[in-house]
Design a protein around this ligand. Structure first.
Ligand code: XUL
Ligand code: CO
Length: 437
């Protein structure tokens, strides 16, 4: 136990009528929803980097939070302090997973060898705490974007030495993630993109990205890491154009490298918005393409065109996202990761608890609504009936390669086919959706 927060005892479910600001009104971990407990359905994870490492800076000003581990001092002692506070946060929230970048948990040191040693030392501490508490690692990832050596990219850097350095860094981070029983390994393409085409060979950089990913997949098999590699799409920021733009773009890249069976996606709400999509669009598309993995549930701001990383608090948005997750069969190795920042003025450590509690409640409410949508089945049966004619043999034949353009043309003319438009019933369906809310 640490004295970072004002609370001593874990936050409890008290029901919708509770006025206690640090109680769950909707998240009731053991409540069954569609055959699993809420805890099993939602698989929440607290992230290291925004919850503990981010000091509250923005492009116009420095840190506001002044956490104890941001004061001058012994960096390894600070890393141990952060590990204590991470497990205290998980204990108070009753969250069973966490996520980290290598650089979040341990100081960089003066060389990669020293960094690796630091990461391994803190991993020993995390491993012990995980054994004591039953907490699990949802995913690990390597930070290959903060240090200035990565300013022109990691695997897509014009300098092959940076590519090689990244290979060494990912190898160690994947080893540590495996040792800690990580259920996935994430790769967000930090600075994998370009600032200007005037200095960029885009074709070459894409090949570098493909080769790097293929090596990560090979190594994962070599060491017997069972979870999937997850790529996290984002269209821009920090670079002007990120190569892992959105779900559709990544699917194209995976297909062209033959990696679509080994790699899945970690989809973030904020990144979906930046790409001009809804969160549910990205989830539905990934599920349809067989590459849905996990979710980062930090939301963006609809007016600001950058990654505001706010805690997901919008119940209808979470209901629509979780409806797609449930339709896809729910999470397997994935979960809901709070890759979210409290606002810069939210100085009190307890603000972190308010943020997580509120967002867990919004997700739990969203889950209950999504479950109603599934159980009632009217939406799904409407979609099914919309496509029902495709089940007729002559129509199936068109998709099964048994017909050609000219054979179809002949039939259309012979039958005098004259398609009759049918209502898409959008307003009826939107009213139905509101009836579940
Ligand atoms: C950046 C972002 C990252 C990834 C992990 O926008 O979302 O925090 O989730 O590197
Ligand atoms: Co993210």
């Amino acid at each position: 136990m640490t004295s970072f927060y004002s609370l001593q005892n874990p936050i409890k479910y008290e029901g919708p009528e509770s006025r206690n600001p640090l109680a769950f009104r909707w998240y009731d971990p053991k409540r069954k929803v569609l055959g699993k407990t809420m805890e099993e359905q939602l698989r929440f994870a607290v992230c290291y980097w925004h919850t503990l490492c981010w000091p509250g800076l923005d492009p116009f000003g420095g840190e506001t939070f002044l956490r104890p581990w941001h004061q001058p001092g012994d960096e390894m002692a600070h890393a141990r302090m952060k590990a204590d506070v991470m497990f205290e946060t998980l204990r108070l929230l009753g969250v069973k997973f966490f996520t980290f970048h290598d650089l979040d948990i341990a100081p960089e040191g003066r060389s990669l060898a020293e960094f690796n040693r630091n990461v391994s030392t803190i991993a020993d501490i995390l491993e012990k705490k995980m054994q004591e508490t039953g907490v699990k690692l949802l995913w690990g990832t390597a930070n290959m974007f903060s240090n200035r050596r990565f300013m022109a990219g990691a695997a897509t850097n014009p300098d092959p030495d940076v590519f090689a350095y990244c290979a060494a860094q990912v190898k160690h981070c994947l080893d540590v993630t495996k040792r800690l029983g990580g259920e996935n390994y994430v790769m967000w393409g930090g600075r994998e993109g370009y600032e200007t085409l005037l200095n960029t060979d885009i074709g070459r950089e894409l090949k570098q990205a493909g080769r790097f990913l293929a090596m990560v997949v090979d190594y994962k098999h070599k060491i017997g890491f069972e979870g999937p590699i997850l790529i996290e799409p984002k269209p821009q920021e920090p670079t002007k154009h990120q190569y892992d733009y959105d779900v559709a773009t990544i699917y194209g890249l995976l297909k062209s490298y033959g990696l679509e069976n080994d790699v899945k996606l970690n989809i973030e709400q904020n990144h979906a918005i930046l790409a001009g999509h809804t969160f549910e669009h990205e989830i539905a598309l990934a599920a349809a393409l067989g590459i849905f993995g996990s979710l980062d549930i930090n939301r963006g701001d609809y007016q600001s065109g950058w990654d505001t990383d706010q805690f997901a608090m919008n119940v209808p948005e979470m209901a629509l996202a979780l409806y797609e997750v449930l339709k896809a069969g729910g999470f397997t190795t994935g979960g809901l990761n709070f890759d979210a920042k409290i606002r810069r003025q939210s100085l009190d450590p307890d603000d972190l608890l308010h943020a997580h509690v509120g967002s867990m409640d919004a997700c739990a409410r969203g889950l209950l609504i999504a479950a109603k949508m599934i159980e009632d089945g009217t939406l799904a049966s409407h979609v099914k009936s919309r496509y029902a004619k495709w089940d007729e043999p002559k129509n199936r034949a068109m998709l099964e390669g048994k017909e050609t353009l000219d054979s179809i043309a002949a039939r259309v003319l012979k039958e005098g086919l004259d398609p009759k438009p049918k209502s898409g019933k959008q307003e009826y369906l939107e009213n139905l959706l509101n009836s579940y809310m």
